[in-house]
Design a binder for this molecule. Structure first.
Ligand code: RUQ
Ligand code: CUA
Length: 698
């Protein structure tokens, strides 16, 4: 009895506090709620957490989390605080529900990196047959080149790591989202008008990527740098030859890293290689990166490890990489003045390498746009504080975070306060001259985010915790700088973390998501491959409080960004006839069933198909074995959520047609038969009848 009272009384207080005096408890009454909590075995704290995260049916979350899907290749959109999964956006991996990677022209273009309708499309809108076929031919060729890497196989996966929401004045503007493919040095671009991937760009000269993605504060560029350095001038589609001897004994000469500033079209958000540039870097392993802003606008910062340039080769008598790469006490923070790099490119001091303008290492040094600063061995994250004045570098193997002052960096560069040069001739700034402070956080600090009260939050991988520490002036004059003020345990092995808008100039300080690598005993056993675990932490008070777990049943997520939901303004339906690839009217769109038709020419059947509840018109298409079938489908509905599918059995054809959308597909029919295509969305009571036939005659 005593125990029950102990639970009930505080629970009443908590719930009463949560609701104030308002009358929402009337339905069940306070007593009813208490009983319910007891029946479910919830402590008062549990009940309070449930209320903190609960979003009533039909309600909306305050924030949206855009989380990388790791080697699922996708991006996951999660509502916060409810931690409900709202959508998975297909990026690097085909996904049938969204009709992505199963014949839809826009998705083939995205996966093949050819904006057939985009700014470089040239004559695509010409509309004449000849143009169209020529254009298609060109697209196919380019697509093959870009998609087939090395061994000639189309790429069908990616390792999505670091999302970057577009920014205006250093704040998320809700227009576009970019994400890197760690495995292949590619970038995916998602339009947040329709949450679809519009473009995937293979960044030249990179084999892998890690540093970024970040958007510069005005999204003039998105940045990505190489992770493991690739053979100089690496060409993914052609390959390049090197011997074991080259690798073991000439590593420093044959490999290079690159920092890439990929230009973004301010209207469409598309990446434009012609306006982009790269800066050649030494073959250290460049790790995470972040964009300068505010005080440090115009600069970029990249961490590194393995400045030892260890080659691996355990059976060749060399130390394992993790040993070889940890011999020196310091690695290097790379400091890049990209505004200066822009001027150098404008002055023509670059060479073209695999289709991108590249500033050589020599030029970068001579022009004073690249510097190094020592950082304690094998760091991981580099994260710029909201005003752009502090640069936090996390130790990974060192329990400290090292905080660099941008004013100090600038002064050291101006007064040439160098402690020497690296073997490539890049000036190294004096450590003591550029460091503003150090803070001992705990074991395995990885990544840092910020709030609006002058605090930083750093993930501690080894300790399975988040440390909260102070920035002091100029964020909060009452705080002593670089002091740990709170810690919360995480379950388990946290990697990245995301606070509300915590990497922008407008952090909110409400929630923190811990993105954990291990979940061990946190969830129901689903076999030896355990889900990863997201944990929601309330950071609005002086003490951090863990309030919810969310198992993540897909690839290992890395970074995420959390934005006010109201910033994202996605449309409900497309304007009639919109091609998702361009956001413009498709030249193949039809306005209604009356325009539906079939045209035949030798070897080709071309169909303009109308799609509405609950039929396709035409619903019978005939072709001969060996014909190319081209179908332009327009969903001529304008009702929200009236999406139809178009699936052809035995073919890799699976489209999703949102209201107003016009999408084309082409495929060759090589076997006789009658194929019953059908709608895959339960769109009406007569959805089951929404089908037709493709009759392929001998
Ligand atoms: S790297 S935690 Cu982005 Cu840390 Cu994966
Ligand atoms: Cu359309 Cu089912």
């Amino acid at each position: 009895m005593k125990k029950i009272l102990l639970v009930v009384v505080p629970l009443m207080l908590v719930i009463a506090a949560a609701f104030g005096a308002c009358g929402r408890l009337r339905s069940g009454g306070q007593a009813g709620l208490l009983e319910l909590a007891q029946t479910r075995g919830l402590s008062p704290e549990d009940a309070a957490r449930a209320i903190k995260t609960f979003v009533a049916p039909g309600g909306r979350d305050e924030y949206m989390l855009f989380a990388s899907g790791g080697h699922s290749g996708q991006v996951h959109v999660i509502g916060v605080p409810s931690m409900r999964l709202l959508k998975t956006i297909a990026v690097f991996t085909p996904e049938p529900w969204q009709g992505y990677g199963y014949g839809a022209d826009w998705s083939e273009e995205a996966l093949g990196d050819k904006p057939a309708h985009g700014p470089n499309a040239g004559d695509h809108h010409g509309g004449r047959e000849g143009d169209r076929d020529r254009d298609r031919g060109r697209r196919d060729g380019d697509r093959d080149r870009d998609r087939r890497n090395g061994d000639g196989e189309p790429l069908r996966w990616g390792d999505s790591h670091h999302p970057a929401l577009s920014e205006t004045d250093g704040k998320y503007d809700g227009r576009w989202l970019y994400i890197n493919d760690r495995a292949h040095g590619r970038i995916g671009m998602i339009d947040l008008g329709d949450f679809r991937t519009k473009q995937i760009l293979q960044v030249p000269n990179l084999q892998t990527s890690h540093g970024g993605i970040f958007a510069t504060p005005d999204t003039k560029y998105v940045h990505i740098s190489s992770k493991v350095p690739a053979l100089k001038a690496w060409n993914a589609s052609q390959g390049q030859s090197a011997t074991l001897d080259d690798h073991l004994n000439h590593y420093a000469d044959i490999y290079r890293g690159y920092s890439t500033f990929v230009a973004v079209d301010p209207k469409s958000g598309r990446m434009d290689l012609a306006k982009s540039f790269q800066i050649e870097l030494p073959p250290y392993t460049q790790d995470l990166a972040d964009s300068g802003k505010g005080a440090s606008y115009g600069y970029a910062f990249i961490n590194s490890y393995n400045v030892e340039m260890a080659t691996g080769g355990i059976q060749q008598g060399k130390p394992p990489l993790e040993v070889g790469a940890s011999q020196l006490d310091f690695d290097y923070l790379h400091i890049i003045n990209w505004q200066k790099a822009e001027q150098v490119v404008a002055a023509g001091k670059f060479s073209e390498l695999n289709g991108i303008r590249v500033i050589s290492l020599e030029t970068a040094i001579a022009e004073g746009l690249l510097f190094l600063a020592p950082e304690p061995r094998s760091p991981h994250g580099v994260d710029i504080a909201p005003k752009g004045d502090y640069i936090t570098v996390s130790g990974k193997l060192d329990p400290h975070a090292t905080v660099y002052g941008f004013d100090r960096i600038k002064k050291a560069i101006e007064s040439k306060n160098f402690e020497g040069k690296d073997r490539y001739g890049i000036p190294i700034l004096k450590f003591d001259a550029v460091v503003a402070g150090k803070v001992e956080l705990g074991a395995g600090p990885l990544h840092t985010q910020y709030d609006n009260q002058g605090n930083a939050y750093t993930s501690l991988y080894l300790e399975s915790a988040v440390a909260k520490w102070t920035l002091g002036e100029p964020y909060n004059s009452a705080d002593k700088a670089f002091k740990v003020v709170d810690k919360v345990s995480i379950h388990y092995n946290i990697g990245h973390l995301a606070t509300t808008q915590g990497d922008t100039m407008d952090p909110q300080g409400k929630y923190l998501i811990a993105m954990n690598k291990w979940s061990i005993d946190r969830h129901t056993n689903v076999g030896p491959l355990h889900p990863q675990n997201f944990q929601l932490i309330d950071i609005s008070g002086p003490k951090m409080e863990l309030i919810a777990d969310m198992p993540i049943g897909f690839g290992e997520p890395h970074y995420a960004q959390m934005v006010k939901a109201e910033t994202i303004k996605a449309h409900d339906v497309y304007a009639l006839g919109t091609a998702p690839g361009t956001n413009e009217k498709s030249p193949y769109a039809i306005a209604s069933e009356k325009e539906a038709r079939i045209e035949r020419r030798p070897g080709t059947v071309e169909v303009w198909m109308n799609v509405v509840r609950s039929h396709f018109t035409p619903d019978i298409v005939t072709a001969k074995v060996g014909d190319k079938v081209i179908i332009h489908l327009t969903n001529t509905e304008q009702t929200a959520d009236a999406t139809h599918g178009f699936a052809v059995p035995t073919r890799n054809v699976m489209l999703s047609l949102d209201p107003g959308e016009s999408t084309s597909v082409e495929f060759v029919v090589d076997k006789p038969g009658t194929y019953s295509f059908y709608c895959t969305e339960f769109c009406s009571a007569l959805h089951l009848e929404m089908q037709g036939w493709l009759i392929v005659e001998k």
